[in-house]
Unconditional design. Structure first.
Length: 220
């Protein structure tokens, strides 16, 4: 298990785009709309692990207001940009889904394919997203069927982002959780660079990243 990506949210792209560039030297790319009413932008990283930051912004507020997912997104981003949740990459997604079900939560095991603009297809599977969305310190879990095809997109994304300071990976997170024992059970006992702080108000405190010029920490 390892950190795959972290999601940030904002009502508009401008506030996050400008802060990421001005404070950290990071650029962004993509900007594709999603069926749920958001649009996704990416902060790509120069790593074979294909880690990244995903920025969700409002694309269709009326559509967002009509779903539980969207209402929670609008609520969390009402006061400005925020850290939404994160994804962990795993080898055996079905085993993880079974573990989630054993905790009493819904595994929400989904499978699908991502199709790139150049026609490249990446099969994926996901588990635990709804629980992660409701409790953002908990990750949801991902598995990919073709890592090589994922890796092929990195050079193009880096060129598009035109970073002033190139991020080379996500090295850790600090999260707050009301119940550290419950959190460790959700993680299956694994803690891939995760610092856990017990606090009644859960969430993600910070994202630790490596860059070509040294470590940086993102906080919102």
């Amino acid at each position: 298990m390892r950190i795959d990506h972290v999601l940030l949210g904002s009502r508009s792209i401008e506030a996050l785009r400008d802060r990421l560039r001005d404070e950290f030297g990071f650029g962004i790319c993509d900007g594709s709309p999603n069926p749920d009413g958001t649009a996704s932008w990416i902060v790509p990283m120069s790593t074979d692990q294909v880690q990244y930051l995903e920025i969700l912004v409002t694309h269709d507020e009326n559509l967002l207001a009509g779903s539980e997912f969207g209402r929670l997104f609008l609520d969390r981003t009402a006061d400005g940009p925020t850290l939404l949740n994160w994804a962990a990459l795993v080898d055996d997604i079905e085993q993880v889904a079974a573990r989630i079900a054993a905790t009493g939560a819904s595994a929400d095991l989904l499978t699908g394919e991502s199709v790139r603009a150049d026609g490249g297809v990446v099969p994926w599977a996901e588990a635990g997203f709804a629980a992660s969305w409701a409790t953002p310190e908990r990750p949801f879990f991902l598995a990919y069927g073709d890592m090589a095809t994922r890796q092929e997109r990195v050079p193009v994304d880096l060129d598009t982002a035109a970073h002033d300071r190139v991020p080379t990976g996500i090295t850790g997170l600090r999260v707050r959780t009301a119940d550290a024992t419950d959190y460790r059970a959700w993680m299956g006992g694994e803690r891939p660079g995760i610092e856990i702080v017990e606090d009644p108000i859960g969430g993600i405190d910070e994202v630790q990243m490596a860059t070509a010029e040294g470590p940086v920490t993102l906080q919102w």
